[in-house]
Design a binder for this molecule. Structure first.
Ligand code: IVH
Length: 671
């Protein structure tokens, strides 16, 4: 071997070791040591050397994750130890019964359990021989599955080589392949754009991605793996309990979920369930329950198996996020700005503990895409606080008389023509449309706007229906006797309401601007307008160019603001409101020095897990920071998430402080 080759060989070796080590820090320990840009630099250097010396490429090199041609079909492989399933407990009593059986059989008072999230993905089995990844196989029927090795190799959280000197001769390790929610949503957005059918949920997306014959496709999908069990193991002695084994797996560089705990007694296990139920929606991936596993292997052996599930483990499921129900009718709703949203009226069904009887269908395209018809059986999905969504139609249950929905061409409330702006349908009736009037009045009176206590949605609808109120200024001429005839309106409530209306006259400029309901002007934009332009007069008279110069105001919103104030009916209502006594304290010039991050210039780069960059920017700005798009010597701080590249390197060159998402959260909290 030439001198040059020898040098290349040792550099390649060293680069691979470094890269494997940093993968281990990143995925197994969740504690990266170097920034992504540095990692990329190591990878690029390795790629370069391997291109120059193709004979030095080995299959376990970190560059060799995607490298094979598409397959014709997957080979069937037999698992060395069968892949079992878990029995389910749907409620607390079933968990208590499980614990009782376990304790009786073991003759003990209290059992130590490993408590784990039940990840909603697909099970996978990996085989490492002498530390090298040899095989990845799907669960299949539990005895044999499909050989998806070349796809598994593309998943970065799966090491191609185990860490450490003493890798076992044979290690069959089991876990779950999942697709994190954020990646799933991004993938579906892309698919919709390309006219492809979106995946129904992250689990289907993960399964579909892993079962691609072309590994280059799998490589582009955001898949991750968490390990939670072992199959056959040879040539190493393992700890005597499951939890300790998981910690050993982590030492080998395999990824083990951070939420796994060791708990003693079933009460502690149930407390873990409650804790995870609360945490569930904040996790970046979906879980459908938790799993309790008897921790000690000796006890597991004593308990054994029934049919194909261990007696020493049970899955405690969360209430389902998805249920089936039927569509009774499809209506359209008219919003404040005239946007027409189709809504499915459903046979009420409990989804994850909440009764759902309506689901938004978003727009015409969505109805066509799902091909929803009145009478159809549909799958309703509800996660966290988000509005329930219909994810699919169960076509096999479609009744012969199911009726397709015909999107109206006239507003169902005022009869005006509906105009399409892309996929968004809008009623062209404007203030002639009672639905739009009602919605904008509800907005006007709402808490963050004029905050008129006791003026609820139902009351506003009545006031419009009986003709007492046509626009916001009319609220301020209402008298107690006008209200007397309304439903559920006693003398006392009438009196209180008039007082609340009176009290609302004293407001702030941002609240007033927000109350006007200018399209695109939310609370933050209203605040920007008020703090920069200071008076209503200045805002009303501002030209588009001036508005566009304000932070966060783009051309569309600038145009909306400009147009709004130039419409005579808006101008009249505003003038009348002021005449009738709506007022706010004299404008205060931006009290910049007083905010905690005033004078600081911050740059956001890379991905954030818990919020979008946009949300982070808003929150920083609310604390007085200037959020800039590029790093310069005037930058005070850089927030770098995964995937941060050039901006982070530039910041390091300039010696600017760099923090991660946790640091950002601390900063926001302290502010
Ligand atoms: S242990 C012998 N642990 O649930 C026990 N399974 O319903 C083997 N799953 O096929 C499985 N999270 O795909 C285990 N923390 C976890 C899990 C988990 C999700 C899945 C797995 C399995 C299915 C059984």
């Amino acid at each position: 071997m030439t001198r040059e080759k020898q040098d290349a060989k040792s550099e390649i070796q060293s680069l691979r070791e470094q890269i494997n080590y940093h993968n281990y820090r990143y995925y197994a320990l969740d504690d990266p040591e170097i920034p992504d840009a540095e990692y990329d630099r190591l990878m690029r250097r390795l790629q370069q050397l391997e291109t120059e010396h193709p004979d030095l490429v080995t299959p376990d090199s970190p560059t060799q994750r995607v490298g094979h041609a598409p397959l014709q079909q997957f080979r069937e492989v037999r698992h060395l130890v069968p892949m079992l399933s878990l029995s389910n407990a749907m409620n607390r009593d079933e968990v208590l019964a499980f614990d009782r059986r376990v304790r009786e059989k073991l003759g003990v008072d209290r059992v130590e359990y490993a408590a784990e999230p039940k990840l909603d993905g697909l099970a996978i089995s990996l085989i490492y021989r002498h530390g090298l990844l040899e095989l990845g196989a799907t669960r299949g029927d539990g005895y044999s599955g499909e050989d998806v090795t070349q796809n598994v190799r593309t998943i970065e959280s799966i090491p191609l080589r185990l860490m450490g000197e003493h890798a076992p001769e044979l290690l069959e390790v089991r876990g779950e392949i999942i697709m994190p929610r954020a990646g799933f949503e991004k993938l579906n957005r892309q698919r919709l754009k390309q006219g492809k059918k979106p995946f129904a949920n992250p689990r289907n997306a993960a399964a579909g991605s892993l079962r691609q014959l072309d590994p280059r496709i799998t490589a582009q999908r955001p898949l991750e793996m968490y390990c939670y069990a072992l199959g056959k193991v040879q040539g190493v002695s393992l700890p005597d309990a499951h939890y300790d084994t998981l910690m050993q797996l982590r030492q080998w560089g395999l990824r083990v979920n951070r939420e796994i705990r060791r708990v003693t007694g079933i009460d502690a296990a149930l407390a873990y369930y409650e804790e995870m139920a609360v945490k569930r929606d904040a996790l970046p991936y979906e879980i459908d329950g938790v799993v309790y596993k008897v921790n000690r292997y000796r006890q597991q052996e004593k308990l054994g198996f029934v049919s194909r599930a261990p007696r020493w483990a049970i899955a405690h499921k969360f209430p389902a996020h998805e249920e089936m129900t039927t569509v009774k009718s499809i209506d359209v709703q008219v919003g404040r700005t005239g946007a027409i949203t189709p809504v499915a009226r459903l046979e009420p069904v409990e989804v994850g503990g909440v009764i759902v009887s309506n689901a938004s269908l978003h727009n015409k395209d969505e109805i066509e895409r799902l091909d929803i018809r009145v009478g159809d059986t549909v799958i309703v999905h509800r996660a966290g606080d988000v509005i329930p969504k219909i994810t699919a139609v169960v076509k096999s249950k479609r009744p012969p008389d199911a009726r397709p929905f015909v999107f109206p061409d006239h507003c169902p409330v005022c009869g005006s023509e509906i105009i399409f702006d892309g996929v968004i349908a809008r009623c062209s009736g404007g203030l002639f449309c009672p639905a739009q009037v009602k919605e904008s009045l509800k907005h006007f009176a709402s808490r963050k706007a004029m905050d008129i206590e006791g003026l609820g949605d139902k009351l506003i609808e009545q006031l419009v229906d009986v003709g007492l109120v046509r626009n916001a200024a009319d609220f301020y001429v209402l008298r107690e006797e006008d209200l007397a005839g309304l439903e559920r309106m006693g003398e006392k409530s009438a009196h209180n309401l008039i007082r609340a209306i009176e009290a609302s006259k004293s407001t702030t400029l941002p609240a007033f601007l927000y109350a006007l309901g200018i399209p695109g002007v939310g609370e933050a934009t209203a605040l920007t307008l008020a703090t920069h332009l200071l008076t209503l007069e200045a805002i009303r008279n501002a030209e588009i160019e001036k508005l566009e110069q304000l932070p966060d105001i783009g051309p569309v919103v600038a145009d909306n603001i400009h147009t709004f104030f130039r419409q005579s009916h808006n101008a009249e209502v505003i003038d009348r409101l002021i005449e009738l006594g709506v007022h706010w304290p004299d404008p205060q010039p931006l009290a910049t020095e007083s905010l905690p991050l005033s004078g600081k210039t911050i740059v956001l780069t890379g991905k954030l897990e818990g919020m979008t960059r946009e949300q982070a920017r808003k929150r920083l700005q609310a604390l007085g920071a200037k959020v800039s798009g590029s790093v310069s010597k005037n930058t005070d701080l850089v927030v770098a998430g995964p995937g941060a590249g050039a901006k982070q390197s530039r910041a390091r060159e300039l010696g600017i402080r760099i923090i991660d998402e946790r640091g950002l959260l601390d900063l926001l909290d302290s502010g």
